[in-house]
Design a protein around this ligand. Structure first.
Ligand code: 1CP
Length: 344
């Protein structure tokens, strides 16, 4: 098996510490900005050759050990019946969100990946142009995070999640229906990506950290588990649910070969909470990339020392690269992990 990441996701020992970054292709990179000056974000995602080019350019420039499909977690919502928009300022928007419990009836379940063929083509095109030592990561939003966009979306882009939380408590039957539709649809979508050439899957539950342990168990866990159980066996799953380290044991129990950790918890403690039968991914604070090389190096060393070369570690940030990050700091970070990961 070639490539440290392919081994690490299976908890096998590696010579190098594999490293890739969430949001490694994006607004912090001038090449990306140049493409975006000519085409909207949605058109970029819907043009497979461009989506592949943006990701391959980023991977080659920063020397990451994996590519992640260039796409967005919200695109699956179009064939489910939602209109999405990515305005230039503020976060993405759902133009026809769920306003009351009856609205759940109109949400369609994804029957086939045909309406998302452009995503499958982007997977194929990225795979064809990517160095074979580097795996391609496919992804989907987790049911809770998708629900938090379709039930509530604040035009300012600032999420408080109160509406989605009230909804799950007030309408448990409709919540179950919605979350089941989202889980089954996301599984079909991921299995399509795997057929198209994605080797590893990451599930983003970016906003799950806003709920309590009890509510996670009752309203989130069953559907994340359903999704992960439906992913075809053989493709390792990275399960990332940042924001609340106390949820890590439950996130791990819901499934995934690798558990993502953010910076709010030390990587060693995160691994203890997730359980040593899982691999662990994380967890440099993206804000550290806004500092200087000495500070970055100190933090990289700290994380590597905590991990003590135990098999099953993947270096990443605790969340995505911030748009204002200097690209040379990202390049330096990856070089440091490659250099120090061998010797520590
Ligand atoms: O050019 C632009 O203005 C668009 C910015 C942008 C980009 C580059 C958005 C809008 N999405 C993406 C790409 C993207 N999104 C990728 C692939 C690129 C890469 O990782 O290098 C991935 C994996 C995602 C996944 C995604 N989208 C998540 C999960 C990851 C996370 O950060 O937690 C989430 C929550 C989204 C929603 C979304 N789409 C875009 C933004 C800015 C956001 C998040 C913020 C919000 O909802 O307010």
């Amino acid at each position: 098996m070639k490539g440290a990441l392919r081994k690490a996701v299976r908890c096998l020992p590696t010579e190098n510490v594999p490293v890739w970054l969430m949001r490694q292709a994006g607004r912090y990179m001038s090449e990306y900005q140049q493409v975006r000056a000519k085409v909207s974000f949605l058109d970029l995602c819907k043009t497979p050759e461009l989506a592949a080019e943006v990701m391959i350019t980023a991977v080659n420039k920063i020397n990451a050990d994996a590519a992640i499909l260039f796409s967005d977690i919200l695109l699956i919502l179009e064939p489910l019946g939602f209109e999405i928009a990515f305005p230039d300022t503020g976060g993405p928007q759902i133009l026809n969100p769920i306003k009351d419990a009856n609205d759940v009836q109109r949400v369609r379940e994804l029957q086939s990946v045909e309406p998302l063929q452009y995503v499958m083509d982007a997977v194929k095109c990225t795979r064809e142009n990517l160095d074979e030592s580097k795996p391609l990561i496919g992804f989907s939003g987790a049911p809770f995070t998708l629900a938090s966009y379709v039930i509530e979306h604040n035009a300012s882009g600032y999420h408080k999640f109160n509406t989605v939380k009230a909804f799950m408590h007030l309408y448990p039957a409709e919540w179950d229906l919605l979350m089941t539709k989202l889980a089954v649809s996301a599984a079909r979508y991921l299995n399509g990506q795997i057929r198209a050439g994605a080797e590893i899957i990451q599930i983003f539950d970016s906003w799950a950290g806003c709920v309590s342990q009890e509510d996670y168990r009752k309203y989130v866990f069953p559907y994340s588990k359903m999704l992960i159980d439906l992913v075809v066996p053989g493709a390792p799953v990275i399960h990332f649910a940042p924001g609340n380290p106390m949820l890590l044991p439950l996130v791990s129990e819901a499934g995934g070969n690798v558990i993502g950790a953010d910076w709010r918890v030390s990587i060693r403690q995160a691994w203890d909470l997730a359980g040593k039968h899982r691999a662990i991914q994380g967890n440099l604070d993206p804000a550290i990339l806004l500092t200087d090389k000495d500070t970055i190096r100190r933090h990289v060393l700290h994380i590597l020392r905590l991990v003590e070369r135990q098999p099953g570690f993947i270096f990443n940030l605790g969340h995505g690269v911030l748009p204002q990050t200097p690209v040379e700091n990202v390049i330096a970070l990856i070089d440091m992990v490659h250099e120090l990961g061998r010797v520590i």
